[in-house]
Design a protein around this ligand. Structure first.
Ligand SMILES: [Zn+2]
Length: 389
C-alpha cells in the first residue's frame, strides 16, 4: 500500500438516513434516541422556506416537544453559540437537531459542547477536549456542501479575533444524519454552486492527504464520482431531485472522507481569504484548488492520487500518463468553476498584490496545512497566491 497512511481508527459514528421526504421520519428518530424534548437549531431563511415547519410537524406527530433557535448566522461565532446555549438551558432539552448548512450544524455542535461540558468554546479547541457525554445530535443538511453531518468537528470563530477554532471530539458527531434531497431544492443558485464546489474540493483534497487510508479513499472517490457529473445538472435544473440526491450523498461521503483523512492546502489558503476579504468559503477553495493541485503534483504519491481520482468519472485515464491525468483534473476543476459562474482569480475578489504576504503568513499557520501531501511553507503559499492573483 505504497503512499497510503498505514494507520487508521475507523468508527462510523453517524447513522445515515437517506431518501426523498426522509425528514418526515425525524420525530420517530428522536423517539428512538429516547428524547421527548429537543432544541431545533436553524436560521430565519429556513424557517421562511418552510423547512423548520416540516421538522416541527414530524416532531409533533411523534409527541416530541421542541424549542426553536432560529438565529444561526454564516460562519458562526462564540456569541452565536452563547445565544443558542441560553435558549437550550431554559428548555431542559434531551437532544439537539441542527437543520441547515454547515453553520447550523456547527452552532448546534458548539451549543452541545458548552451545554454538556460547561466552560467556553476555546476550551474545546483541538481534539477530544470534552470529558462528559454530550446530547444526541441529529443533523439535517439543506445544502450539499460541508459534510458537517458526518464530522465530529465544530468550527466556531472567536467573536473578537475571528480566529476559526476547530473543536473536534467523537462525542460531538451527529448520532443520526437525515439526508433528504427535497430539502435542498430551495437553495439559491449561488449557494448550490459554492457549496457544490466546496464538496468537490473536499473529495479532491482528502484523496491525497498524508492521513488518507483505504477507508477515507473509498469515500473520496465515491464522493468525486457522485459530485462532479451532478453539479452541472443541479445548476442547470435546480428541481432535478435525482441529481440533488447524488450531490447530497456526495457531500456526506466527502464529509466522511474529511473525518478520516483531514484536508489540505487549498483549505489552508482559503481561510484567510474568507477572514479578511469575505470571500465565500466555496469560492475561496475553488480559486485555490487548481493551483494547489499543480503544486502538490510535484510530489510523486500525490500525482498518482490525483491521476487515480481523475480516472474515476472518466475525466482522464491513468494509462494516458500521470501528468496528463493530473492536467485533465485541473482543467475539469477550472471548467466546473465556469459552469458554477464563480470567480477564477483573487483579483476578481478584490485581493491586491500587497495583501499576499499577510495572507501567506496566516495560511501557513492553518492546521490543515499539516496534512497536505507536500510540505507547504509560507513562501509556497505566497507563490500559490501569486499564481491565483
Ligand atoms: Zn470546505
Amino acid at each position: 500500500m505504497e503512499g497510503i497512511g498505514a494507520q487508521f481508527d475507523f468508527q462510523p459514528r453517524t447513522r445515515l438516513v437517506f431518501g426523498v421526504n426522509a425528514v418526515e421520519r425525524v420525530g420517530e428518530i428522536v423517539r428512538e434516541l429516547g428524547a421527548s424534548r429537543v432544541l431545533l437549531v436553524t436560521d430565519a431563511g429556513l424557517v421562511a422556506a418552510g423547512h423548520a415547519e416540516h421538522v416541527l410537524k414530524s416532531l409533533k406527530t411523534d409527541g416530541v416537544n421542541a424549542v426553536v433557535f432560529d438565529k444561526v448566522r454564516e460562519n458562526p461565532t462564540t456569541r452565536c453559540v452563547d445565544d443558542c446555549v441560553s435558549v437550550a438551558k431554559s428548555a431542559q432539552i434531551e437532544a439537539i437537531i441542527g437543520l441547515g448548512g454547515g453553520s447550523s450544524m456547527d452552532t448546534a455542535k458548539g451549543c452541545n459542547f458548552i451545554l454538556t461540558n460547561g466552560g467556553e468554546m476555546k476550551d474545546y479547541w483541538g481534539i477530544g477536549k470534552a470529558s462528559k457525554p454530550m446530547l444526541p445530535l441529529i443533523a439535517i443538511p439543506t445544502t450539499a456542501g460541508t459534510g458537517s453531518e458526518c464530522q465530529s468537528a465544530a468550527l466556531i470563530a472567536d467573536e473578537m479575533t475571528h480566529q476559526k477554532m476547530a473543536c473536534l471530539d467523537p462525542k460531538a458527531a451527529a448520532r443520526v444524519a437525515v439526508l433528504d434531497p427535497a430539502l435542498t431544492v430551495s437553495q439559491p443558485l449561488r449557494v448550490t454552486a459554492c457549496t457544490g464546489i466546496d464538496a468537490i474540493a473536499h473529495a479532491v483534497e482528502t484523496a491525497v492527504t498524508r492521513k488518507r487510508n483505504p477507508f477515507s479513499l473509498m469515500f473520496s472517490h465515491e464522493a468525486f464520482k457522485l459530485l462532479v457529473p451532478n453539479l452541472p445538472r443541479v445548476i442547470e435544473n435546480p428541481q432535478d431531485l435525482e441529481a440533488r440526491g447524488k450531490m447530497l450523498l456526495g457531500a456526506a461521503f466527502a464529509g466522511m472522507a474529511i473525518e478520516n483523512s483531514m484536508l489540505g492546502a487549498a483549505h489552508s489558503a482559503a481561510n484567510p481569504l474568507t477572514a479578511h476579504f469575505d470571500v465565500i468559503h466555496g469560492q475561496a477553495v475553488g480559486i485555490m484548488l487548481p493551483h494547489v493541485i499543480r503544486f502538490n503534483a510535484e510530489n510523486e504519491v500525490a500525482r498518482r492520487g490525483y491521476a487515480e481520482l481523475a480516472s474515476a468519472p472518466e475525466i482522464a485515464c491513468v494509462s494516458d500518463g500521470l501528468e496528463e491525468a493530473v492536467e485533465a483534473l485541473v482543467k475539469e476543476m477550472e471548467s466546473l468553476l465556469e459552469v458554477a459562474r464563480m470567480p477564477t482569480s483573487l483579483g476578481d475578489c478584490g485581493v491586491q498584490r500587497k495583501d499576499l504576504p499577510m495572507l501567506a503568513a496566516e495560511a501557513a499557520k492553518q492546521w490543515t496545512a499539516h496534512f497536505n501531501p507536500r510540505t507547504v511553507l509560507e513562501k509556497d503559499f505566497l507563490a500559490l497566491y501569486e499564481t491565483a492573483l
